[in-house]
Design a protein around this ligand. Structure first.
Ligand SMILES: [Zn+2]
Length: 216
């Protein structure tokens, strides 16, 4: 195990070097879309930006209540290709509060719903049915239908593949939606290549006809 302590990580001093027999930490998405780490049934939030691939987490119990009731549990993980690996942890066996399995299951469900929404092109009702099938009714009943549809909508709208910036004239492809007018008529009338030159002609046959009939 690497020694992760350095002078700028003083507030993380006091970690024991976490035993490796602990369950695997799992990263889920919060309702705000932030990464949340679930470990042994407890929820951890990132308390600073990741540095050199290391992620710093503090127990959700830390952000609630007055100082003396704040939970001291923290974790440092390293993001790997398969998930997060625990580098060190402190007080993760000494939470000063109960864990919240209901909340964890809810986040798992939301994460599952998002994944489904992105992989599956079916309508919302079907996506919800698929995503919720492994969960007891009590879980998805906590989300109303509108909330679930919102999760699906948001997941899909943020995952539309982005069109690439054109690099040069020859490899540039006119996106399909720009090849047609708003009425659905052909708008890219010609794509002519001649040696190193290329001409793209946009217009509608309608406007060309009008142009042909014009007096001046
Ligand atoms: Zn805690």
């Amino acid at each position: 195990m690497t020694n992760i302590m350095s002078s700028d990580e003083e507030d993380f001093a006091g970690f024991d070097d976490g035993a490796l027999e602990h369950p695997t930490p799992e990263v889920l998405k919060s309702s705000k879309g932030n990464d949340v780490l679930v470990y042994s049934g407890y929820i951890f939030y990132q308390n600073r930006k990741p540095i050199d691939g290391k992620h710093y987490w503090e127990c959700k119990g830390r952000s609630h209540g007055p100082n003396e009731s704040k939970c001291a549990a923290r974790l440092v993980t390293e993001k790997t290709s398969t998930g997060h690996k625990i580098l060190s942890q402190t007080a993760t066996k000494n939470h000063n509060h109960e864990f919240d399995p209901g909340h964890v299951v809810q986040m798992k469900y939301r994460t599952q719903l998002k994944r489904r929404a992105m992989e599956d092109t079916a309508g919302p009702a079907k996506v919800i049915r698929h995503a919720s099938s492994p969960y007891p009714d009590s879980v998805h009943e906590q989300f109303n239908s509108a909330a679930q549809r919102k999760v699906i909508q948001r997941a899909r709208s943020t995952n539309v593949p982005q069109e690439k910036e054109p690099v040069d004239l020859h490899t540039f492809e006119v996106p399909e939606k720009l090849q047609k007018s708003v009425n659905g008529d052909k708008f890219l009338l010609a794509d002519v290549r001649d040696g190193s030159e290329r001409a793209l002609i946009f217009g509608t046959t309608d406007s060309l006809t009008r142009l042909a009939g014009a007096k001046y």
